[in-house]
Ligand binder design. Structure first.
Ligand code: DAH
Length: 347
């Protein structure tokens, strides 16, 4: 008898597990627990048993019945909940987990830099990625026939048929090769004094390899006021680097040529990957070229409508992508725009 009871219990539980809707559940209830149900019949039979057996089997049968009743109720609740018929909402159930994305490493470092510079009173500006030849080169003291144009090979956007209603179709548009054109835009819009940073995407016609990509990110910075000097530049750069690397970072300043600054400087950062000992990332020199900088050329101030006799300023351009590579120890620039989740999910 005991066997029969346990077997029946298992059979009922199995069927309950398979019940997909309330009508199946009702049928099961009638079949097993109803007036003429199989379990009910067994329970009735107990009264004709004798002595010890009656006591033991009776106890077991009642336990099984209670357990099954509870189970039936539980299944009923979940079935009517999913069909939303009973209108029952169990607010204590854990919610569905929503898979959350996260920021791209470049965005993370850009946000950090923006916070750092706004805390020093800099505005954060934006500029067009499709830029005129004039802003990208001409107004930055790089005339059309100047050999300095070769330093930044770019994508010229070919003239095409004039789209209806577009007015004059400009044939001198380029994908901007640097964020420097925003210097001129800002000077014209806000005048002096001025403190700005411009994070943004730039483009070059490059053969790609681990260190070069056609699309990467820069951060431009400039400050124009009375009596601005190279000391101001160096202290701002040091502040920026120690803020990003959370430690004192050694820098090295060399003369460099950029047509829009005079004097021009190259600022190298002590390689944090090898601590200056030399490694493949720094081409075994211990230093990474990361920042171009200098005092803004008087011609550039003039293009921006600022009187160079009254005001002076510094400017710098930083490879945001390179900074991210250094900060996170990434050895291939192409990973940033690859969309490779194995890479991105590490941040
Ligand atoms: N625009 C330069 C480049 O992309 C970087 C640069 C150099 C920016 C010197 C500056 C600067 O503002 O002063 O190579």
């Amino acid at each position: 008898m005991k066997e029969r009871l346990l077997q029946l219990k298992q059979e009922i539980l199995d069927n309950l597990g398979k019940a997909k809707d309330l009508s199946v559940l009702r049928n099961l209830e009638t079949k097993y627990l109803g007036r003429k149900g199989e379990l009910t019949k067994i329970l009735r039979g107990i009264s004709s048993m004798a002595g010890e057996e009656k006591k033991n089997i009776g106890k077991l049968a009642n336990e099984i019945k209670t357990e099954l009743r509870n189970k039936f109720e539980q299944v009923e609740r979940s079935l009517s909940g999913s069909a939303d018929k009973a209108g029952f909402l169990d607010v204590t159930l854990p919610g569905k987990k929503i898979k959350q994305g996260h920021l791209h490493p470049i965005t993370i470092i850009q946000n950090e830099l923006e916070d750092l510079f706004t805390s020093m009173g800099f505005m954060v500006l934006d500029g067009p990625e499709l830029e005129s030849d004039y802003y990208n080169f001409e107004a930055l003291n790089i005339p059309g026939n100047h050999p300095a144009r070769d330093m930044q090979d770019t994508f010229y956007v070919a003239p095409g048929p004039s789209p209806a209603g577009a007015g004059e179709w400009r044939s001198d548009m380029v994908m901007r090769t640097h964020t420097s054109p925003v210097q001129i835009r800002a000077m014209r819009k806000y005048g002096a004094p001025l403190r700005c940073v411009v994070p943004g995407r730039v483009f070059r016609c490059e053969a790609t390899d681990a260190c070069h990509d056609t699309t990467f990110d820069q951060l431009e910075g400039f400050m124009i006021d009375k009596n601005i000097s190279i000391s101001n530049l160096i202290s701002v750069l040091k502040e920026m680097l120690s803020g990003i690397f959370k430690q004192e970072v050694k820098i090295r300043v060399r003369p460099g040529y950029f047509p829009f600054v005079e004097p021009g400087l190259e600022v190298d950062v002590n390689c944090t990957i090898c601590d200056g000992k030399g490694c493949p990332s720094c081409k075994h020199s211990g230093w990474l070229e990361m920042i171009g900088a200098g005092m803004i050329h008087p011609n550039v101030l003039k293009y921006g409508g600022i009187d160079s006799k009254e005001y002076s300023g510094f400017a710098f351009g930083l490879g945001l992508t390179r900074l991210a590579m250094m900060k996170y120890g990434i050895d291939d620039i192409r990973l940033f725009n690859s969309g490779d989740l194995k890479f991105l999910e590490q941040f």
